[in-house]
Design a protein around this ligand. Structure first.
Ligand SMILES: Nc1ncnc2c1ncn2[C@@H]1O[C@H](COP(=O)(O)OP(=O)(O)OP(=O)(O)O)[C@@H](O)[C@H]1O
Ligand SMILES: [Mg+2]
Length: 227
């Protein structure tokens, strides 16, 4: 039987302690996500969207509850296995691009493969190929400061794609872009996702961006609902 479940969350809670105060960022989240889904996540500020994305990306762990990735219980994975998983299977894209300012576009993309076994020559080739795919072949040797916002986000997408991940997790990927560039970036993400059979999960405050997804989640006060 083909295994179609990418994520399975059962009873996930996340509580942050701030001094004597506790913030319940996620409450009893049950969520199953299949390979290849395109999901939007909306909800008020402070609702828990980024917290959920961090947990899906193995950048944070639940306080209680269980997360399976590709049928594997993340809690039972060693820190080396988690690092490997982040390095190879998960592409992250952020609102503020998070590029390294002193590195060229090409170097920013190559860096994503630093924690993998890919040889240096292969890293160079793969980074150049994926930059060409996102339409930046002629900007590969520019620094982020020499690129427009939309171009910087393309570099960030290339950096996520170069791993050939199973999932793209995007936190407000178009928050800093004008409407036309926003639509270009969303088209690029969607094309990359469908061509490579990736799962695409997009956190956004922009209803036009959310409307492009096939499945819609809303998080408010840590409670996830399908909408
Ligand atoms: N590292 C942390 N330490 C303490 N509290 C945190 C931490 N990270 C998040 N929180 C709290 O958890 C709650 C959820 O935060 P989260 O960042 O997930 O919200 P969000 O939905 O992404 O909001 P926004 O739309 O503003 O990005 C908030 O109350 C926030 O203050
Ligand atoms: Mg957030």
């Amino acid at each position: 039987m083909e295994y179609t479940t990418l994520y399975k969350l059962v009873g996930v809670n996340k509580v942050f302690k701030q001094g004597s105060k506790e913030v319940h960022a996620l409450r009893n989240v049950d969520l199953t996500i299949s390979f290849g889904e395109h999901i939007s996540v909306q909800g008020p500020t402070g609702g828990g969207k980024s917290t959920l994305l961090q947990i899906l990306g193995a950048l944070d762990v639940p306080s209680t509850g269980n997360v399976e990735f590709s049928g594997r219980d993340m809690e039972k994975m060693s820190s080396r296995e988690l690092t490997e998983m982040r390095a190879e299977k998960i592409g992250f894209i952020f609102q503020n691009y998070n590029l390294i300012p002193t590195m060229t576009a090409q170097e920013n993309v190559e860096v994503a493969l630093a924690a993998t076994n890919v040889a240096a020559s292969q890293r160079r080739e793969r980074a150049a190929a994926v930059l060409a795919k996102v339409g930046l072949a002629d900007r590969a040797h520019h620094l982020p400061s020499e690129l427009s916002g939309g171009q910087q986000q393309r570099v960030a997408i290339a950096r996520a794609m170069v791993k050939e991940p199973a999932v793209l997790l995007a936190d407000e990927p178009t928050g800093n872009l004008d409407e036309e560039t926003r639509d270009e970036i969303m088209e690029l993400l969607e094309t990359q996702a469908s061509e490579n059979n990736l799962t695409l999960i997009v956190v956004t405050h922009d209803s036009a961006v959310a409307a492009r997804a096939k499945r819609h989640l809303n998080i408010k006060d840590g409670v996830v609902r399908e909408v």
